[in-house]
Design a protein around this ligand. Structure first.
Ligand SMILES: Cc1cc2nc3c(=O)[nH]c(=O)nc-3n(C[C@H](O)[C@H](O)[C@H](O)COP(=O)(O)OP(=O)(O)OC[C@H]3O[C@@H](n4cnc5c(N)ncnc54)[C@H](O)[C@@H]3O)c2cc1C
Ligand code: SF4
Length: 327
């Protein structure tokens, strides 16, 4: 590993100023970034340690304002927090399903939302793939079992976070602070498919930091579920996951948010499924139509066709689970 300077950030403004300089990266828990450094995927001359920032380690909740998570809250703290377990169970479920207990003790929510793709060509220095600035996506004709089935263009990697789909299903927003901004955006807006001129999967620019995540209180009677399929029971990224949150007016579905993980470069909002569900009473036929809509336009690669049936099965299960527990 090349030597680098390690600076403890005293406050957000100083961190942002330092991160605006060349060859400087933010580090929180380090569980993703250190892997990249060890693999020599990047060699910054300076790391700015966010863990010294005061006020970003807290979880707070009020019945009016909802839930606030500082960007340095760990996945373990989210998983175990009694209010999150009671009021935002899909978030606790998603956190509990991620990685291993050791990684959840170190990994922060800010880092989890900004982690880099796990595509094995991306993680291998020897492959100068399109996302890293090269000309070719090696996954297209290569080993693509874990890659995207929806919405891919030049890059077929999938977004790896478990918490992002759950937070999008809960309509979470972020505060982002940067050299020229201090504003709020929806978590959905953070993610972007990489383009020719912008080969990255978030809209964050140099020096821009997530400081807070805010989650509004789900409406009365709202229910959610997070389901994740993995190759083994822990320490495994989602093959496919689904986060769904619904609320009901009598027997009708008043609102629905359905978000898939492991299928696209961004957490994939199944908007057509949501439109089919909203305003309707549950029936087998309704669930089938919503399931088909969730994977409409899927373009599996040679080794990942199984993800289409997996996604369909998971979407069906979340719809049945949520609709069959109406009071
Ligand atoms: C073996 C293994 C298995 C895993 N399995 C899963 C899994 O199943 N599900 C899952 O969701 N995740 C999984 N992960 C990923 C893990 O959850 C993330 O590595 C972790 O959450 C990242 O948090 P961190 O604080 O360690 O981030 P860091 O490694 O410190 O940072 C990650 C990236 O985010 C940037 N960053 C950090 N904080 C901020 C911020 N506040 N604002 C802007 N940018 C920021 C950093 O600059 C860096 O680029 C796994 C990781 C490993 C190594
Ligand atoms: S899927 Fe994306 S990250 Fe993986 S090799 Fe192709 S361009 Fe690179």
């Amino acid at each position: 590993m090349r030597t680098f300077e390690h600076v403890n950030a005293p406050d957000v403004q100083t961190a942002v100023a330092l991160l605006g300089e060349a060859s400087t990266e933010a580090i929180a828990g380090g569980t993703d970034l250190l892997g990249e450094l060890k693999a020599r995927l990047r060699s910054p001359q300076r790391l700015v340690n966010l863990k010294t920032l005061a006020g970003l380690q807290e979880i707070s909740y009020s019945p009016k304002a909802g839930l606030r998570l500082g960007a340095l809250v760990t996945l373990a703290e989210i998983e175990r927090h009694p209010i999150i377990q009671e009021r935002f169970p899909i978030l606790a479920q998603a956190a509990a399903s991620a990685a291993t207990p050791q990684l959840r003790n170190m990994g922060t929510i800010g880092g989890n939302l900004c982690q880099k793709p796990r595509c094995w060509y991306y993680r291998n220095k020897l492959f100068e793939c399109w996302l890293k600035g090269g000309d070719k996506c090696f996954a297209e004709d290569g080993e693509n079992k874990y890659h995207a089935i929806l919405g891919a263009d030049r890059c077929h990697a999938v977004h790896p976070s478990d918490l992002a789909p759950a937070l999008i299903a809960l309509d979470a927003t972020l505060r982002v602070v940067g050299p020229d901004l201090d504003g709020e955006l929806s978590l959905e807006e953070l993610y972007t498919k990489p383009t020719e001129s912008r080969r990255q999967m978030t809209i964050l620019g140099p020096g821009e930091l997530i400081t807070d995540i805010r989650v509004p209180i789900p409406k009365n009677g709202s229910r959610g579920v997070y389901l994740k399929t993995m190759e083994r029971q822990s320490w495994s990224f989602a093959l496919v996951s689904v986060a769904a949150q619904m609320n009901f007016a009598g027997e009708r579905i008043a609102d629905a948010r359905v978000v898939l993980g492991g299928v696209a470069a961004i957490p994939w909002r199944a908007r057509d499924s949501e439109r089919i569900l909203i305003g309707q009473r549950f029936s087998e036929g309704l669930a089938e139509r919503a399931v088909e809509a969730a994977v409409a336009g899927a373009q599996p690669l040679r080794d990942n066709e199984y993800k289409v049936s997996l996604a369909k099965a998971l979407v069906k299960r979340v719809i049945i689970d949520l609709c069959s527990t109406t009071d």
